[in-house]
Design a protein around this ligand. Structure first.
Ligand SMILES: CC(C)(COP(=O)(O)OP(=O)(O)OC[C@H]1O[C@@H](n2cnc3c(N)ncnc32)[C@H](O)[C@@H]1OP(=O)(O)O)[C@@H](O)C(=O)NCCC(=O)NCCSC(=O)C1=CCCCC1=O
Length: 376
């Protein structure tokens, strides 16, 4: 029996919660672009797109300002509900950094000593991570450069990572005045083993893309340097062998006496993201050729495990992070922000611990003793 008698509205609805007002092209901003899905022959597929959400603050290593956080939330919501979008590609401008986390200029000048304000910011930050984790399209992190601190946190929230081999990965919080509680303390132990997660999280050492690939953080690492038309793998790290003298050396830095030559080679190279983009397009194409419903259900099934600790900890963590803006963050982020005038990007940790050992009051006098003085 025909069903014309049932009420039916065929005008398509727009489910985007936020308009275009959050996006821009002048740094600092977030660029939102729909780029056609490309088939293996290089042809654009009609009516199907990848949504590119691009962090645009290269002079500050694509750290996200408060306005950029809002734009990332808007971008993921828009892409999630856009029926033409197959996949999201989360990346950044330039070849230096994908993202180095929260903007330390904002942190020091505005948020330090304003814990309530940082609490409001943390609500946005959490919504940004949730926006990535809840996106109804697969999310690819296209890592064009270093992914550090909060940059590593939002990167790990994505579903799969394709990386430039010049990128480095790590945390910065314990060195500059925060705890990597914006996702890293929750996600790192899933990706790495517990020992590596612990060391990587607290040491604030950065690890090469090759090392992180070997430790299962990444799906694919590709060269991006080219000399005389030939691809050159990152000359700063070992990729020639896995074991040397009984030690695993794959992805570790080259010996100190080889660094000069490596840098000279780099200076003769140009950066070319062709392989990076080809690997991203290949993944977009793979997703395009899967049932969208079954695909996102499968992804959400894996995400559910990934979110387990994040969902438990994110609400309580925001209060500590807010309160910490009156404490170590006040010192650490101001030290980093003032590095040009003082010549030092961290506090005097020995003096800090000595003052704590004396039971000193945490006041301006305390701060004066641990912060380096301006040179002039
Ligand atoms: C290790 C670094 C990432 C890279 O070091 P290096 O290669 O030596 O470059 P720099 O000279 O330090 O940096 C180049 C210029 O970029 C500016 N920069 C870098 N990162 C930031 C940033 N996050 N915010 C603002 N500006 C940044 C830097 O000042 C340089 O500018 P200049 O004008 O001097 O040329 C190193 O840069 C580094 O450690 N950066 C700081 C990383 C950091 O502390 N991020 C914030 C951590 S906290 C965070 O992200 C959180 C997220 C949510 C939850 C809570 C939380 O704490």
């Amino acid at each position: 029996m025909a069903l014309e008698w049932l009420r039916r509205d065929n005008e398509l609805k727009d489910h985007a919660l936020l308009g275009e007002e959050h996006f821009g092209t002048t740094a600092p901003s977030v660029i939102y672009e729909k780029r056609p899905v490309i088939d293996p022959q290089g042809n654009a597929v009609s009516g199907l797109f990848a949504a590119w959400i691009i962090l645009n603050n290269p002079s500050q290593y694509n750290s996200y300002t408060t306005e950029m956080v809002k734009a990332v939330i808007a971008g993921f919501q828009r892409a999630s509900s856009d029926r033409e979008v197959v996949t999201v590609v989360f990346t950044a401008v330039g070849d230096k950094a994908f993202c180095t986390g929260g903007n330390t200029a904002e942190y020091s000048a505005y948020y330090s000593k304003r814990p309530n304000e940082y609490g409001e910011y943390m609500d946005l930050f959490n919504a940004m991570v949730d926006g990535i984790l809840n996106c109804k399209k697969p999310v690819i992190c296209r890592v064009n450069g270093m992914r550090v601190a909060g940059g590593q946190e939002i990167g790990m929230a994505t579903d799969l990572t394709i990386s430039s081999d010049m990128a480095i990965y790590g945390q910065a919080g314990p060195k500059h005045g925060s705890a990597p509680d914006g996702g890293s303390t929750d996600f790192l132990p899933w990706f790495l083993n517990m020992e590596d997660a612990m060391y990587n999280c607290v040491s604030c050492e950065t690890w090469s893309a090759y090392k992180m690939k070997a430790k299962n953080l990444l799906t694919k690492v590709v060269p991006v340097l080219k000399k005389d038309g030939q691809w050159v793998r990152n000359p700063l790290v070992r990729t020639d062998t896995y074991v040397d003298d009984g030690e695993i050396v794959y992805g570790e830095p080259v010996a100190a006496d080889q660094i000069k030559a490596a840098k000279e080679l780099m200076a003769q190279c140009t950066t070319d993201f062709t392989k990076l983009d080809a690997a991203v397009n290949e993944l977009v194409w793979k997703f395009t050729n899967l049932f969208p419903g079954c695909l996102i259900k499968s992804i959400d099934g894996i995400r559910a495990k990934k979110k387990f600790f994040w969902d438990q900890a994110k609400l309580a963590n925001r209060h500590w992070l807010a309160a910490n803006m009156n404490h170590e963050a006040w010192l650490g982020f101001n030290a980093f922000d003032a590095k040009k005038s003082t010549g030092k990007d961290v506090i005097d940790f020995i003096k800090y611990r000595q003052l704590v050992a004396e039971g000193a009051l945490f006041d301006e006098k305390f701060a004066e003793q641990v912060l380096a003085k301006p040179k002039t």
